[in-house]
Write a new protein. Structure first.
Length: 241
């Protein structure tokens, strides 16, 4: 039985992953952005899930969220599922996954939600400090950054399998009702990477789509870009990996 923390699990892919993990007998920590969203997780809590609450757009709340999770014990895996397409995207899509990964007692596995749109992202950190709705990085930029972040953790923490996942264009609130991909397949890879003993699932530094390893944007494995990103995150948060 693994102990797995899934961010953004009140709906969509995060909820699907949490449900599948619970059904398989794992211990699951679910996350709601605020108390108003917590009732959406009542059925999972009734099945044994542990609930934590905090807004990942707010650094102070992200720190508090890490403390809430830490009180529940070391995580065997963290699935960084939460994301937003609404600018500013950096706090939720990049800064929060970084902070939680570093602040928690080192998880045994890390899974980061990427997107096929990361391939149109810019490997440019000049706008990292610009958080305004018009001038800040785009969603694609943020997904390139978080994919590179997954690869950076794989390099720096070789004992911790760290991977990024493209869930496909699935019919979630973010993807929209007309999205063509299978919703269930959207979370299968995350769960597999978090808990499977399959040797492939225990590899690190991968970019995955439907349990198939793919080649990401060339900047993802650029060590200079990774280091620049880590430096920018440490400077912004005051927390150094």
């Amino acid at each position: 039985m693994a102990h797995v923390f899934v961010t953004g699990s009140s709906d969509g892919l995060g909820r699907g992953a949490a449900l599948e993990l619970l059904a398989a007998g794992h211990r699951v920590v679910v996350h709601a952005r605020n108390p108003a969203r917590a009732p959406a997780l009542k059925d999972l809590v009734d099945r044994g899930a542990e609930l934590v609450v905090g807004d990942l757009a707010e650094p102070d709340e992200t720190h508090d969220l890490a403390h809430q999770v830490a009180r529940l014990g070391r995580m065997d895996a963290v699935i960084h599922n939460a994301g937003t397409m609404q600018r500013p995207v950096l706090p939720v899509n990049v800064v929060a996954p970084y902070l939680l990964s570093v602040l928690l007692e080192r998880p045994r596995r890390l899974v980061f939600l990427s997107s096929g749109m990361h391939r149109s992202g810019r490997a440019d950190l000049s706008g990292f400090r610009r958080t305004g709705s018009r001038r800040g990085p785009s969603y694609s930029d943020s997904k390139l950054m978080v994919t590179a972040l997954a690869a950076a953790f794989a390099r720096l923490w070789p004992e911790v399998p760290s991977n990024a996942v493209d869930p496909g264009w699935v019919p979630t609130k973010m993807g929209g009702p007309s999205a063509p991909d299978d919703l269930r397949l959207g979370h299968v890879t995350q769960v597999w990477l978090a808990v499977s003993t399959d040797p492939e699932a225990l590899t690190t530094g991968g970019y995955w789509h439907h349990q198939q390893r793919q080649e990401p944007h060339r900047a993802v494995h650029d060590v200079s870009f990774q280091d620049d990103l880590l430096h920018a995150l440490a400077e912004r948060t005051g927390v150094d990996v």
